[in-house]
Design a protein around this ligand. Sequence first.
Ligand SMILES: NC(=O)c1ccc[n+]([C@@H]2O[C@H](COP(=O)([O-])OP(=O)(O)OC[C@H]3O[C@@H](n4cnc5c(N)ncnc54)[C@H](OP(=O)(O)O)[C@@H]3O)[C@@H](O)[C@H]2O)c1
Length: 331
Amino acid sequence: MVMLRLTAEQYRKLPILANESTCSGKTYIVTGSNSGLGLETARHLVEYSASCVVLAVRNLAAGEYAKKDIEKSTGRNGVVEVWHLDMASYASVRTFAKKASTELDRIDGLVANAGVMLDTWSTAEGMETSVTANVTNTLFLGALMMPKLSESGRKFGIQPTLVFIVSVLGYTAKSEIDKIRGGSIFDGLNDQKRANMDQRYALTKLVEECAVRQFAALCPVKRTGVIVNMVAPGLCSTGLGRDARTFTKIMHEMIRAMMARTAEVGSRTILHGLVAGEESHGKLLSGCKIKEYWVPDWVSNAEGQRLQKDIWKELVARLEEVQPGCISQLP
Ligand SMILES: NC(=O)c1ccc[n+]([C@@H]2O[C@H](COP(=O)([O-])OP(=O)(O)OC[C@H]3O[C@@H](n4cnc5c(N)ncnc54)[C@H](OP(=O)(O)O)[C@@H]3O)[C@@H](O)[C@H]2O)c1
């Protein structure tokens, strides 16, 4: 059902809901912003007079190239900064979060956009790489940045927003998650023999969404002052899947050619996430609207909530081992 809705929505014209009055003088971080949706989101933020936009990238040369491109197209220099962040490494996430927390005066918005679609097995930090990058380290970064986001809210009388970029493709991974639900979910995700790598990207996006739902539930805006939401940008023509094998690549290229948005149009959904306000907390946004009614029952009902809690419990155990207190001492 949700895929039918998504298909119909692909052709709808999307508004640009951010503007000078929402972005002027503000500071943003966008991860994975040397290309695709992240790059176009950063470009819009610079265009709308943000005072600082950090491109958090794993390849500094690609980041510098993106910076020049943004400066050329917007005519604004001295706004973009390029910082290193490798989402496949705990140490890199930790170093980045420390730098951002100490060197930036304030953070108005953090877009956790970096993501990868891999269909061959590799590992990073002892887990299959796309689980580490799309799930574990994405939530690790969000958790490590919460104190600074919260502090920015108090100090400047603002409501900072933490936007996670998810995908409705995640909802196609029900049978994959069901296969590993009996025992430890992360051990199941890390079982190469049982892994269906053609569905791996979708599965990581489902697990990411479940974890973010629990994270948002445990961090109410009333206590933290921070809005946490999830944006599904729809099918967009970007570099995603460039590392995939030929079959996956061809399938994605065919589907994209038929119905994909440009990266710029897709970035409008992310801008919406940044301005959607308190009512978007813990919710799925897509097509520049709150789309909780898209979320399948098996994600939102009691069974889904149990799944979220199970995923969260295992994730917390892992992250607390990497950095004690990163979750238990959240603001
Ligand atoms: N395109 C779509 O149709 C679509 C639909 C739904 C959701 N999304 C989500 O949108 C987000 C952005 O993807 P995109 O479509 O714009 O694809 P993209 O052009 O491939 O951008 C992905 C970005 O993430 C970065 N990245 C990947 N692994 C990383 C790592 N280990 N550390 C740091 N950065 C890393 C990439 O850096 P490199 O250039 O160095 O690889 C790139 O900048 C992803 O989370 C994706 O899951 C996309």
